[in-house]
Design a protein around this ligand. Structure first.
Ligand code: SF4
Length: 298
């Protein structure tokens, strides 16, 4: 097990404004932690750790900043007369159910605040720990719109172990989703990131799509791998070490942060075709961002 350091801080604000023209329904985010013990090699949020003076590699995985006063700040913000009870996305830059949550319970405390204020929210996670809060999510779903998105890139265990080393097995996420879905909590799958030559083949995409349907997802979103500064420096050495035969292709494809437009379009077309085949809809809350705009750390 990696040695993890928790750095407890007090935050000044809980809700962060999200300004992305192509994502009009996603206007606010909440991240109880900074850094993520799940240690996904492709994580979009790695670059954020530099703002704290930490590196985007091991520090991101093992130096976790904990906003200890988050719930009280959130309750204050939700009580403001000018707050319009807009939906808040929890976990855009960390997994809100990473291992730290079992120690600190900040996500749970935030959900209690959303429930008490009947405020809509959505959660993005790779962790079955979310089922700990099943009854709370049911209560929340009874008073406001509440969605849990499970991020699943592949069901192939060998690839999963390489790219998401500290996460629960994909099938455990699916089982957690089935449990929530059966309890009446709206769930979806983010088929993301779609990684060239590792998870972008039709067989992989279809296996996740079919599993999403079988385990109770209401929709499936998708995103192609994005390698911005802070992530690329971590991902490319991983690729060199683990899948060296793919390096030349990535050097051609990822001169910038985004995969070539034509490639992304073809992948999205395949995903859409599979959605239609398996009776799924795209994620209506989090449409894909355009180049240069924010992506979620899934
Ligand atoms: S992609 Fe999500 S789960 Fe993985 S390290 Fe980043 S925030 Fe954590």
């Amino acid at each position: 097990m990696p040695q993890v350091t928790f750095e407890e801080i007090e935050c000044k604000s809980a809700l962060n404004r999200v300004r992305v023209p192509s994502m009009p329904s996603m206007r606010w985010s909440l991240n109880p932690y900074r850094g993520c013990q799940h240690a996904c090699v492709y994580c979009f949020a790695r670059g954020n750790h530099e703002f704290l003076g930490y590196n985007t590699g091991k520090d991101f995985d093992q130096r976790i900043v904990v906003k200890t006063n988050l719930a009280s700040v959130l309750r204050r913000e939700l009580s403001r007369p000018r707050w319009r009870r807009e939906s808040v996305t929890i976990g855009t830059a960390c997994d809100p159910y990473q291992q730290a949550e079992l120690k600190y319970g900040l996500t749970r405390a935030s959900l209690q605040a959303f429930r008490d204020h009947a405020n809509p929210c959505s959660i993005i996670t790779k962790s079955p720990n979310v089922t700990r809060d099943l009854s709370l999510l049911q209560e929340l779903s009874g008073v406001a719109e509440c969605t849990v998105l499970f991020s699943i890139a592949t069901l192939r265990e060998e690839v999963w172990q390489h790219i998401e080393p500290e996460t629960a097995r994909p099938v455990q996420r699916l089982e957690a989703m089935a449990k929530l879905s059966e309890a009446g909590v709206r769930c979806g799958v983010m088929l993301a990131p779609i990684i060239p030559s590792l998870t972008d083949d039709r067989e992989n995409l279809e296996s996740v799509m079919k599993a999403a349907r079988d385990y109770g997802a209401s929709f499936v979103g998708d995103n192609v791998l994005y390698l911005q500064r802070g992530t690329k420096e971590w991902f490319m050495p991983f690729l060199r070490e683990t899948y060296p035969h793919l390096l030349p292709r990535y050097e051609r494809m990822y001169r910038g942060a985004y995969a070539p437009k034509r490639y992304s379009e073809e992948v999205h077309e395949t995903v859409q075709e599979l959605r239609e085949r398996w009776g799924m809809t795209p994620d209506r809350q989090e449409p894909k961002p355009a180049a240069g705009q924010l992506q979620l750390a899934v």
